[in-house]
Design a protein around this ligand. Sequence first.
Ligand SMILES: [Zn+2]
Length: 341
Amino acid sequence: MKSDGQDMPTLSLKKHGTGIALEYGKVKLALDTGVQGATTLLSHSHTDHIGRLNRADQVIGTKGTFDTYSARGGKLPANRIVVEYQQVTFLNGADITAINAGHVLGSTMFLIEFEDGLRALFTGDFNVVDSIVHERARPVKADVLITEATYGSPSWIFPSRVETHENILKAAANSLAEGVNPLFNAYSLRKAQEVIALLQGRGISVVSGNRSIDQVCKVYNRHGFDLKQVPVTSKDLAHLIERGCAIVTSSPRHTEQHIRRMLGKMESRTIMDRMKSYFLSGWTLGKFRQRGFPLSAHSDYLGLLEFAKGVDPKVVYCFTENAREFSGHLATAGLNAVPLE
Ligand SMILES: [Zn+2]
């Protein structure tokens, strides 16, 4: 992008590993990836955002991001700068502000303000809807918006969070009333914690079906949450299943292995056969329809669109799948948009 002034440098954005390499004059930044000689801005710790970090000169992220990264087996970068929301970090040639992204614990959008005044906002993954675990992301004005476009098609419009929550609770209660254990299949970072908080809020006991959920829950609790799931390896497992509990897992295969180890082959088969499982994902809508509920950590199509309008940028760069399609919709809405491919 050419900025307004004649002598302003060109902004270069290139897909690189799990993220984007950014150059503007003397400033070199890596967004959710590691590039030699560059500072990485790490939006959150999902695996599709943390590639090549060992190559980074230094990594900027929140404590929540580094804690969840480490809890999920990541080796923390030696040179890291821990930031809080609204804190400004002064780099050579750019001021970086961390802003809540509402996606997972610690998730961050970065506002990059260059010396000549150009403002670029990198969203990482973000969610514009409040939930019981995280506050929503809010747009800030910027000249350049670099946005995810995961659900950037009109076929992805989610029902309200409240409706989705109620439907999950209804399914859990109905299953338990029939003497069946409901099993919710959710990513171990964020959605597992959201459904655990939801279920325990209604007095439903929750067994976590695999270790990575427990590891992340521990981090959430260190950050002020009060999640009370019981690990599948607990000696109370048989009693909990018998009495009626929900199971939350990010790996049904591991859950089954744990139950077999704890209760024996026959008993575990009976329990697994009796379970009713539900996926918790935006992808349960539309062509990927599976039994489950569209509980998503991302913004839906309308959320992405409204957010982009709120930033009011001169140009939008879209990454992730659906980047091309979403760029087309942004153009229709009057925004100058380009997919990063
Ligand atoms: Zn993510």
